[in-house]
Ligand binder design. Sequence first.
Ligand SMILES: [Zn+2]
Length: 230
Amino acid sequence: MINKKIMVIAAHPDDEILGCGGTIKKFILKGYKVRTLIMTRGISSRYLKSTKTTSKLQSKLNTMSILANKAIGVKDVKYFDLPDNQFDKNSLLSLVKIIEKEINLFKPKKIFTHFYNDLNIDHQYTSKAVLTAARPQGQDSVDEVLFFEINSSTDYQINSDGLQFKPNFFVDISKTIKFKKKALDFYKSEMRKYPHSRSIKAILNRNISLGNSMGLESCEAFQIARIIDK
Ligand SMILES: [Zn+2]
């Protein structure tokens, strides 16, 4: 039987849509089953001053996150309560253990996650933890690990040591970019004003520009970490 299961592993609510929203919708239309893990609730570090405001904003973000995922056809989303922008304060091993457990439970064929050299520390830790948790261990292990890019984090990293994001896998999202836009609209509170890199227009412009490079209307781009054909 062909394994048609995909796991998306994102650090913050909205990363899953920015990174691979159009691609995930496309795979869902092809009959894939998708489970998304979001490692933080995503709001704490920005609003530490008032706990009352924080919890109100938090519950709004949770609702919006569920709606955003529904907009691309994903109902299976699991949230973890790791503190935002502080992954470096936990041991990498504790993050590996959480992700490893989830991989063993769901048994995905493909994993989409962060690029290991993003500017954001949570993205870096998530990526490294996924690589360890999804290490190749024979017949049952994950066949494909793909890194996605996040506007205002992957593109903000300095271009040094050859460690910048180099996409080498492109997914045509011309037919599903409208669902990605709808999902991003739900995450409006996390978006910035154009021409900020994290504005809805800039995100979609990036997809259009990547698509045009491939002779297509729009694409999402990934860097292959590993693909094993069994
Ligand atoms: Zn993020």
